[in-house]
Write a protein that binds this ligand. Structure first.
Ligand code: 5GP
Ligand code: ZN
Length: 115
């Protein structure tokens, strides 16, 4: 999608610090980390958010996105002490980039508050 920053990252038009990539998904470090480790996992195909993906994305592809997040977290060693997986969807959640992404947050103790 034109003018989508995460589409541009997925297509290599904007550089990112990659953690994992395959034909369908990309994981890269957040440019402004909110935890010791903060990685984003995106589908390369453009979906605005989880709601749009649930309506338009192949269920297997959506499962692969979540599976990748778990594998990336394990690859970073975060599974040992734990981590948080979050996806902001729309204005009430303060979503700032309208391309579906999963946040992996961990590496040190996180706040107990979720909202
Ligand atoms: P949201 O607020 O939409 O849930 O999360 C968007 C995230 O994308 C934010 O944590 C923000 O720091 C990150 N972000 C925005 N632009 C870029 C970028 O150009 N590169 C990277 N690596 N992260 C970005
Ligand atoms: Zn996009």
């Amino acid at each position: 999608m034109q003018d989508c920053i995460f589409c541009k990252i997925a297509q290599g038009q904007i550089p990112s610090n990659k953690v994992y990539e395959d034909e369908a998904v990309l994981a890269f470090h957040d440019i402004s980390p909110q935890a010791e480790k903060h990685v984003l996992v995106i589908p390369k195909e453009h979906y605005t958010d989880l709601d749009a993906a649930e309506r338009g994305m192949d269920a297997g592809a959506l499962a692969h996105l979540f599976q990748t997040a778990a594998r990336v977290a394990r690859g970073l060693g975060l599974h040992q002490s734990g981590y948080r997986l979050a996806s902001n969807c729309g204005p009430h959640a303060c979503q700032t980039v309208p391309h579906l992404h999963l946040h992996i947050l961990g590496g040190s103790q996180l706040s107990g508050r979720m909202g």
